[in-house]
Design a protein around this ligand. Structure first.
Ligand code: SAJ
Length: 437
């Protein structure tokens, strides 16, 4: 262990170290709070002056962060916020928690990582630890961040320390949070992973070391590719069971009674959110650069991306039973959010369904108590309230999100036709009215 590493780890262990967290979103702000609660001074860095001001006023804008708790930590001087700048040279550790979206071409967009790395490099000094948390393709830490930091003349593993640790935040999860979710860390050198382990040991209950940054980057992609592929499997199973006239929900529920070797996933109208539809593409893109075709990932994406169209085809078939065309019919889409009981509409399948129905000439309205009428995801589609009148006015009601507050019996009772993409109406026997996946 070099002397510089020893001193840094000592400073971290005795809580004299200060940590900066770049990116005050659903990952960064909860992480800052965990460090603050552990007595480690945390500086939240964000490019948004509004977010910086809100944090410094002790105001939380993240659902999982309690405002009173944040204010107490700010008042105690354990948490403060700042725009990017020289402060990055004053802290001992920097955790980068910035977005990693896809471009329109479905290629990775690591521009936020590159911009954050630039800010860090401008202020890098001997004795600092830098950790990337943003989900990205294997190799990003070693091939993108490390060369830029080496341009400062400082040497990794001796002067500064570099690691990757995937974020595992599940917004709104009542059971798992930053503190009780094990944290995987992989470093460029043994000193790097030792420093990262010492740091995160203050914020989480369990740190899991792997032998490289690539392994740590791969862990996160496996976790989310696992979900995407298994969701794609059950979505294809729904199509297969439909052709066999078998109830796919009954089949999966029964399979889930197997106490070992099985984990249920459920069919749906497609993949939404900012993780599952995105992360696997980071892996398949990287493999393409190595002339390898990641077939499972791309097949799962093909099936999952087809599901909105599959549901819309069921709407057309349902209207057809009443001798109606999609063109000119009024369709009520229940749920714009990408999954139950959240207000997040990113990549929501309902957006694609609304687009397809509108293109076919339907008059589409939506109902979602979690989503405001002016939410950009609505793209001008009118929001209506969940009333008997609105349900009966629609020629077909589509259940795209199974919010707990949706009353299935009431929806079926007052709807002319129902296409249920979430099995919300399970147990309701109305074969002339309900079509399910
Ligand atoms: N979905 C299905 N069938 C399923 C499960 C999900 O169609 O059986 C759909 C959902 O409706 C949604 C999309 O897939 O549209 C993604 O759902 P998700 O349950 O995977 O939830 P996310 O997007 O919030 O994923 C996050 C991820 N967390 C992180 O990346 C840190 C994921 O790794 C978690 O496993 C997931 O939360 C979780 O378990 O809640």
């Amino acid at each position: 262990m070099t002397e510089i590493a020893d001193k840094l780890i000592e400073k971290i262990k005795n809580k004299e170290a200060r940590v900066a967290i770049l990116g005050m979103g659903y990952v960064g702000l909860p992480l800052a709070v965990e460090f603050g609660k552990a007595g480690i001074r945390a500086v939240g860095i964000d490019v948004s002056p509004e977010r910086v001001a809100q944090i410094n006023r002790g105001e939380s804008y993240i659902g999982d962060v309690d405002g009173d708790e944040l204010k107490e930590l700010v008042d105690k001087g354990l948490i403060m916020a700042s725009l990017p700048g020289p402060i990055l040279g004053e802290v001992d550790a920097i955790s980068i928690c910035v977005p990693t979206p896809l471009r329109k071409s479905k290629d990775p967009d690591i521009s936020y990582i590159v911009a954050a790395t630039e800010e860090v490099a401008k202020n890098l000094r001997s004795g600092q630890l830098v950790v990337l948390e943003s989900t990205t393709y294997p190799g990003t830490t070693d091939e993108v961040i490390l060369p830029r930091l080496h341009e400062t003349g400082l040497k990794v593993g001796e002067d500064f320390f570099l690691a990757f640790s995937p974020e595992r935040v599940d917004p709104g999860n009542p059971r798992f949070n930053t503190r009780n979710t094990p944290k995987v860390v992989g470093g460029v050198t043994p000193n790097c992973v030792a420093a990262a382990n010492a740091l995160y040991s203050h914020a989480v209950n369990e740190v899991v070391e792997v032998t490289s940054t690539q392994a740590a980057e791969m862990v996160k992609l496996l976790e989310n590719t696992f979900r995407s592929v298994n969701i794609g499997l059950v979505n294809e199973l729904a199509i297969i069971c439909d052709k066999l006239k078998v109830n796919v929900w009954e089949v999966i529920q029964a399979a889930a009674t197997k106490p070992f070797g099985f984990m249920p996933f459920w069919p749906g109208p497609g993949l939404g959110g900012h993780c599952i539809p995105i992360d696997p593409h980071y892996l398949s893109w990287k493999l393409k650069t190595l002339n390898y075709h990641a077939r499972f990932i791309e097949l799962a994406d093909e099936i999952n991306s087809f599901m909105p169209e599959y549901v819309v085809d069921k709407v057309a078939a349902s209207l057809n039973e009443d001798k109606k065309a999609v063109n000119g019919s009024r369709v009520l889409v229940m749920g714009l959010a990408y999954k139950k009981d959240v207000n997040d509409c990113r990549e929501a399948p309902a957006i694609d369904m609304i687009r397809l129905l509108t293109e076919d000439g339907a008059e589409v309205v939506f109902c979602d108590p979690f989503v405001d009428a002016d939410n950009p995801a609505a793209k001008g589609t009118a929001k209506v309230e969940l009333t008997a009148e609105e349900l009966s006015k629609a020629d077909c009601t589509v259940i795209a999100t199974d919010h707990s507050c949706f009353d299935a019996s009431m929806i079926v009772e007052h709807s002319q036709k129902v296409v249920d993409a979430r099995n919300l109406t399970a147990g309701i026997d109305a074969p002339d009215k309900i079509r399910r996946l």
